[in-house]
Structure formats: structure tokens, C-alpha cells
Design a protein around this ligand. Structure first.
Ligand code: SF4
Length: 215
């Protein structure tokens, strides 16, 4: 018989507590001052390391301070500013289009609403939840590559479940007060121990709670 939802919730609670203690400094690694900064940084972070994004956004945020600044920008100039980040042309166009919509439909402000955010070009549920949880303090679960991989290995979600289904599965068994911090903890754990290739199961602090343990 499969694991009950209650047992899974208890196991996840234990995993969370162990990893929260193990990574007390876990936090979002993208630099930002405003919700707009974070929205832009999140778009740039697709398939790109956070430290690389931060190097680019330092000068970007100094130059573009409002949604109108991005909306009015020449797209080639914006592309050049993104300095060869992965998919920089597409990202420059997404940022410009998203900011045009912010100016046209939201008075130049970033809306604190998941549906309004995901209606913006280049903004999926992961980015929307990242902005909501980190810039607006709303409870939201970011299912990034680390969260998806670790949830699958822990048996919280199945290999067949996509990020949206994994988010739903987590929302059912994780207390709301833990939603926003989960991705911070799992990101540090994913980089440190439960890496995509060759996870260090022998060193894993939650090995006894993991059905994917390989000794
Ligand atoms: S036991 Fe291995 S697969 Fe499971 S969480 Fe730990 S490192 Fe990841």
C-alpha cells in the first residue's frame, strides 16, 4: 500500500526541520531592492546561475529604475546590457514586453497577484511565486529545478508530475508558513548534497527519510 498523505506530511515536516537547521542562512540568492528588480532578475535567472544574474543586474538596476524605463528602452540596447546571458535576446524582449504591460495595465507597478503576474510575457508560475513570496511576503511555493528534483527523489511527487502538480502536492501537505522558505532550503541542499548528478547520499542528513537513498 502506498504512503498515506498524513505519513508523507510527517516525513516532509521532518525533512524540512532537519534541512532548516542544516542551512540556517538559506535565502533567495538573487539581489533586488524592489518588486520590479526581482521580477526582472527572475526572468533573467532562467537557465542561468544566480551569481551570474547578480553581476548583470548590478548595472542594469542602476540604469533602469522603473517599468517605464524598461518599456521605453531600445531593445538592442537592453540586449547589449544583458551581456551574453543565456537566451539574452528573448529575455530582453520579455522584460520590455512585461514592463510595457505593467505601464499599460498596472500603473507601472508590479501586481501582487499570481494571475496578473503570469499574464506578463516571460513570467510563469515559478517566477510569479518567487516574486510574490520574496517581494510581497505572500505564502507561495517556488518549484524550481532543485525543488522538483528533490521532491521526486523524496517521493513527495512522482517522476510524471510536472512543477505545477508538484506545487499542488506540496500545498496539500506542507503548512502555509513553510511555503516560501522551502525553495531557499532545497536550493542550498540541492547544491550541497542532493545534486542533479551524483547526489552525495552517504553524506545526506535526510537519508533515512528518503526512498531514493543509494548507499
Ligand atoms: S538520500 Fe540521496 S537522493 Fe535522497 S535526498 Fe539524500 S542525497 Fe538526495
Amino acid at each position: 500500500m502506498g504512503e498515506s498523505s498524513k505519513a508523507k506530511a510527517e516525513r516532509l515536516a521532518e525533512v524540512y526541520s532537519i534541512l532548516e537547521s542544516r542551512y540556517p542562512d538559506a535565502r533567495l540568492r538573487l539581489d533586488f531592492s524592489t518588486a520590479l528588480d526581482l521580477l526582472v532578475a527572475s526572468i533573467l535567472a532562467a537557465r542561468c546561475r544566480d551569481d551570474v544574474v547578480n553581476r548583470t543586474t548590478k548595472s542594469l538596476f542602476a540604469k533602469y529604475r522603473t517599468a517605464k524605463d524598461y518599456a521605453d528602452a531600445n531593445v538592442e540596447t537592453l540586449e547589449a546590457q544583458l551581456g551574453g546571458l543565456p537566451m539574452f535576446r528573448r529575455k530582453a524582449r520579455s522584460i520590455k514586453a512585461a514592463c510595457e504591460a505593467l505601464v499599460a495595465e498596472h500603473g507601472g507597478e508590479v501586481p501582487a497577484d499570481v494571475n496578473a503576474l503570469t499574464a506578463l510575457k516571460g513570467v510563469g508560475r515559478k517566477t510569479a511565486n518567487l516574486v510574490l513570496s520574496n517581494a510581497f511576503g505572500q505564502p507561495a511555493i517556488v518549484v524550481d529545478t532543485h525543488v522538483l528534483r528533490i521532491c521526486r527523489r523524496l517521493g513527495i511527487s512522482s517522476e510524471a508530475e510536472d512543477p505545477g502538480q508538484t506545487e499542488q502536492a506540496l500545498m496539500k501537505i506542507l503548512p502555509e508558513k513553510r511555503w516560501s522558505h522551502l525553495a531557499h532550503i532545497f536550493s542550498d541542499f540541492g547544491r550541497d548534497i542532493c545534486s542533479a548528478r551524483n547526489p552525495k547520499c552517504a553524506l545526506c542528513p535526510v537519508a533515512e527519510l528518503c526512498p531514493s537513498f543509494k548507499g
